[in-house]
Write a protein that binds this ligand. Sequence first.
Ligand code: FAD
Ligand code: SF4
Length: 486
Amino acid sequence: MDEAKQSNDTGKAADAKPVRPKPAKIPRHAMPEQKPEDRIKNFMEVPFGYTPEIARAEASRCIMCKKPKCVEGCPVDIDIPGFVREIRDGNFKEAIRILKADNALPAICGRVCPQEEQCEAKCVLGIKGEPVAVGRLERFIADWERDNDMITIPPIAEKTGRKVAIVGAGPAGLTVAGELAKLGHDVTIFEALHKPGGVLMYGIPEFRLPKSIVQKEVDYVVSLGVKLECNMVIGKTYTIDELKDEEGFDAIFIGSGAGLPYFMNIPGENLNGVYSANEYLTRSNLMKAYDFPNSDTPIVRSKRVAVIGGGNVAMDSARTARRLGAEVALVYRRSRNEMPARLEEIHHAEEEGIDFNLLTNPIRINGTDDGWVKSMTCIKMELGEPDASGRRRPVPIEGSEYDIPVDTVVVSIGNGANPLLPNSTPGLETNKWGNITVKDDSGLTSIEGVYAGGDIVIGAATVILAMGAGKQASRAMHEYLCTLPS
Ligand code: FAD
Ligand code: SF4
């Protein structure tokens, strides 16, 4: 029957025109996900993702702005209305082509990028209602490509005979490797750990970013002709100078991340049962200890864990501890509004029963006679005047100290740059925090032919910023390689 002849739920005559909601009036589509009571008992991914029907319905909310604000918010300039339009029209192959032209790791970005601060924050539909769910659509179309074996290898330029070394197989290094391999250069990635992927593999937990997806993205980069050498610590196995002078690499990109955990320097931090978030998450993810005894590495099964911090890393640690069977107290010195973690992570952590101790700061970790954590002493805080970061400074409330009984403490207050590379590379300049300094967006360091990008340059940040830096550096490196005498 002709749709216009059917009755509709407005009660109008059957031959009246159907009432179609304006795109902006259609509510944003939620992603189906595991219930909190189920997911705290497993490490499987929390959201199930959109079905093709939901994805097309969500895509149809986009009003295809002529000057799309969403693109202004995207660090890698994805043609957002372009790929959203193709999803809306059911042209999924074209949608992924458009998306991948600017983003080589869409299944990852669709899952972990802070879209609420980037593209979705700028979407015009967000002014009066809810923005288009750009991240969920990105995730949908990348999963569709992978699940349907649609991944294709792009054309590779003729070999240039130039050799490039990449230090670190995180998102920055993988991006540079993929871009330069497509341009015909001979690329080798040297990775310190036994698995590539950087934080995507060892930091972000399986329930937020399945490792099989990270591995597929790495496989894609390798399929472009990139060589990958794991268990190679540059600065020890080879120095940067040796790569250049003895191994014959014409250019080098350093994407070694920010893997050095900060501690609070409070009494008791050396007790048994105190971990950096890095160690705690790496054990669980990279060594698959969460799956012990099916995996070889055991992990502490705590009764009550305190996680210190309010960022994504803190949320990941708290939610991991919860899945390992613990009661979890999150301790953060500011209020919920100042938490740097993604809203979705905070929401999921709250749903999973993490006990948020806000405006609270640890001052001491207390131990048993045999050196194990037994409790943590905290002090209540209030917010004072804004500090240099623009956020209101937390000020201790005198006399408000109290003890939280815990057997494990996970310190998750940030990471800095590992000094190994600067220390082993004469002439490689760093700033006062130990980050490698670069001349401009090209990522050129103080040494000719040596570039850097990602967390090692800007400090612990985001996946998309690391990829964006990698993309810019790859352009500059290509230009540099093309100018070298043959
Ligand atoms: P990394 O991902 O750190 O990769 C660096 C790689 O270099 C590593 O594999 C390391 O082993 C290797 N390496 C280091 N030194 C050497 C050496 N000397 N020789 C050889 N290899 C070396 N960002 C988001 O956008 N969204 C999120 O939800 C999010 N959640 C996060 C959760 C956690 C737990 C963590 C830790 C970070 C999170 N981030 C998130 C931040 C994001 O993962 C990083 O900003 C990003 O991975 C940085 O990429 P990178 O390539 O610069 O470095
Ligand atoms: Fe679509 Fe929003 Fe971008 Fe406009 S700003 S093109 S509505 S996603």
